[in-house]
Design a protein around this ligand. Structure first.
Ligand code: HEM
Length: 455
C-alpha cells in the first residue's frame, strides 16, 4: 500500500528533528505536504500524520476496536508499566477507564475547586518580593500537590513529602531533547549502574514504586483510611471474575495518573503565565474580568469567565503540551480522508498542526485569545486533549486547575517576566515545555480589595 508522501531525508535525521524541534518539523511538513503526510522516524513504523478536521473526526469517532493505541504506546511501557491505562487496549482499556473516570468528571471535579485555590495560595506565599522564581517549578509544586491530594487522598503527611522528590527527579530524567533520546532509542535502555541514564530512571522508578506499595499496603490494612479517591476506588474494584486489582496493576495506574496528571498541567500553566506577562493587553483584559467578579467569588463562577477560558484555550492551542495525540494502529482496512489504509498502519492526529491551520486559526503564530470568543471550534478542530475513546481523562480537572490557579495568583500578586530573553518550546519527555521554565519576579501584592479571597 502506498502511504501519503512525506519528507525524504534519512529516517535518523527525521528522528533527530522530531526530538529537537518537533514544532518546526511539523510546520515544514505541513507547508510542503499539506494536512496528511508520512513521517518516518528511525526505529519506528512509518506514521501517517493527519491535521485535517474531517480526517480527525473519522479517527476519533471510529469504533474503538478499529485501532490499537496501547500497542502503539510501546515506548511508554518501560516508564509506566504493562498495566498502565496508556498501554491497554480493547475491553480491559474500556473497563479500567470506566473505573478511573468518575473522580475526574462533572460535579466531582467541581468539588476540588476550593482545594485547588488553597494550594495555589499556599505555594505563592513562598515567593519573595523582587526575587525571581521559575514559574514551571512553582506550577509543578501546585499541580503535584493537587493530584496527590485530590486523586490519591494524600496530603502534607510523610508519604506525600517522600514521594515528591523522586517523582520530580524521575520526570526530570527526560527533561531535554538529549535526555529524552532514552525514550526513543531502545538501545539506550540499559541499566549500566546508578549513574547511567537508564540506571537512574530504573532506580528512581523503583523508589516511587516502593512508596506507592507502602501506601497500598496501608490502605489495605486500614480500610477506614479509604475515602472516595481513586486509589480507594481501585482497591474496591473487581474484574468480571470478582478478582481485585493486583499490586502491580495498582502501582502502574497510580504512577500513570501521578505523572500524566501534573506534569502536563504544570507546563500549560507555565506557558499561560508567559503569554499573560509577555502581552500587557492580555493581562489587563484578564485582570479586568477577574476584578469584576468582586471579592470572594464562587470558584465555579471564576471558571466560567469567558476571557479567562479563552486565554487557557489559546495557551493550549499555540503550543500544545503534547504535539501529537497517541498513535493509532489500524486493526483492519479503514478509510480516512477518502484514502484506504490497510491493517497495521499507524495513524497520528497532529494536535499542533491542526491548531496552526490558517483556515481555522488566522495568524496562527499570534497569541489571540479573542479567536475563541469569536468562533466556536469543534472537538476535531481544537484538540489539546486528543479525542475519541482515548480523550484525556483529566481534561476537566486540568482546565479547572488552569483557570483557578491563574485567577487566584493574578488577582493577588503583581508579577513580571524576570527578563526579556526569548523562550522556545523545548522537549521534556513526550511533552513540550518553555525552554527556561519562565522566570518570573514578584513585585508585590495587589491591593487587598482586588485579591480574590477564597475560603
Ligand atoms: C493541560 C493538561 C493536559 C493535557 C494537555 C493533556 C493531554 C492529553 C492528550 C493529548 C492525551 C492523548 C489523547 C488521545 O490520544 O486521544 C491524554 C491522555 C491521557 N491523559 Fe491527559 N492531559 C492533561 C492533563 C491530564 C490530567 C490532569 C490527567 C489526570 C490524571 C491526565 C491523564 C491522562 C490519561 C490517563 C490519559 C490516557 C487516556 C487513555 O489512554 O484512555 N491528563 N492527555
Amino acid at each position: 500500500m502506498k502511504l501519503p508522501d512525506g519528507p525524504k531525508i534519512p529516517t535518523l535525521l527525521q528522528l533527530i528533528k522530531w526530538l529537537g524541534e518537533p514544532f518546526e518539523f511539523l510546520d515544514d511538513c505541513a507547508k510542503r505536504y499539506g494536512d496528511i503526510f508520512t513521517m518516518r522516524l528511525f526505529g519506528f513504523q512509518p506514521m501517517v500524520v493527519i491535521s485535517n478536521p474531517q480526517g480527525i473526526q473519522e479517527i476519533f469517532s471510529a469504533d474503538p476496536n478499529s485501532f490499537d493505541v496501547g500497542r502503539a504506546n510501546e515506548i511508554l511501557r518501560p516508564f509506566f508499566g504493562d498495566n498502565s491505562l496508556l498501554s491497554l487496549d480493547g475491553d480491559r482499556h474500556k473497563r479500567e477507564r470506566k473505573l478511573l473516570m468518575p473522580p475526574f468528571h462533572g460535579e466531582k471535579v467541581k468539588s476540588y475547586a476550593n482545594s485547588i485555590c488553597q494550594i495555589a495560595q499556599k505555594v505563592a506565599t513562598q515567593w519573595q518580593v523582587n526575587k525571581p522564581f521559575i514559574a514551571r517549578n512553582a506550577m509543578q509544586d501546585i499541580t503535584l500537590e493537587i493530584i496527590l491530594q485530590v486523586v490519591f487522598g494524600l496530603s502534607e503527611g510523610d508519604r506525600y513529602q517522600q514521594i515528591k522528590p523522586p517523582l520530580a527527579e524521575w520526570l526530570d530524567t527526560t527533561a531535554s531533547p538529549l535526555r529524552a533520546s532514552v525514550i526513543f532509542f531502545k538501545f539506550l535502555q540499559k541499566d549500566l549502574g546508578a549513574w547511567s541514564p537508564w540506571g537512574q530512571i530504573v532506580r528512581l522508578k523503583q523508589k516511587i514504586y516502593d512508596l506507592l506499595s507502602a501506601e497500598i499496603e496501608d490502605r489495605r490494612a486500614n480500610p477506614q483510611l479509604r475515602s472516595n479517591d481513586i486509589l480507594s476506588l481501585m482497591l474496591s474494584a473487581t474484574d468480571e471474575d470478582g478478582q481485585p486489582m493486583t499490586d502491580n496493576q495498582l502501582r502502574d495506574e497510580m504512577l500513570t495518573l501521578l505523572a500524566a496528571g501534573h506534569e502536563t498541567t504544570a507546563t500549560a500553566l507555565a506557558w499561560a503565565f508567559y503569554w499573560i506577562h509577555k502581552l500587557p493587553e492580555v493581562k489587563e483584559k484578564l485582570l479586568q474580568e477577574i476584578d469584576s467578579l468582586g471579592e470572594n467569588p464562587d470558584p465555579i463562577e471564576i471558571s466560567r469567565s469567558p476571557y479567562l477560558t479563552a486565554v487557557c484555550q489559546e495557551t493550549l492551542r499555540i503550543y500544545p503540551v503534547l504535539p501529537i495525540a497517541f498513535a493509532r494502529i489500524t486493526n483492519s482496512t479503514i478509510e480516512v480522508m477518502g484514502r484506504q489504509f490497510e491493517a497495521e498502519t499507524t495513524l497520528v492526529p497532529s494536535i499542533y498542526s491542526t491548531h496552526h491551520r490558517e483556515d481555522l486559526y488566522p495568524n496562527p503564530k499570534q497569541f489571540l485569545p479573542e479567536r475563541f470568543l469569536e468562533r466556536k471550534y469543534s472537538s476535531y478542530e481544537f484538540i489539546p486533549f486528543g479525542g475519541g475513546n482515548r480523550l484525556c481523562i483529566g481534561y476537566a480537572l486540568a482546565m479547572l486547575e488552569m483557570k483557578l490557579v491563574l485567577a487566584n495568583i493574578l488577582s493577588s500578586y503583581q508579577l513580571e517576566l524576570a527578563n526579556d530573553r526569548p523562550i522556545k518550546p523545548k522537549r521534556r519527555g513526550g511533552t513540550l515545555s518553555p525552554s527556561n521554565g519562565v522566570p518570573l519576579v514578584m513585585k508585590g501584592k495587589r491591593a487587598a480589595k482586588k485579591a480574590l479571597v477564597i475560603n
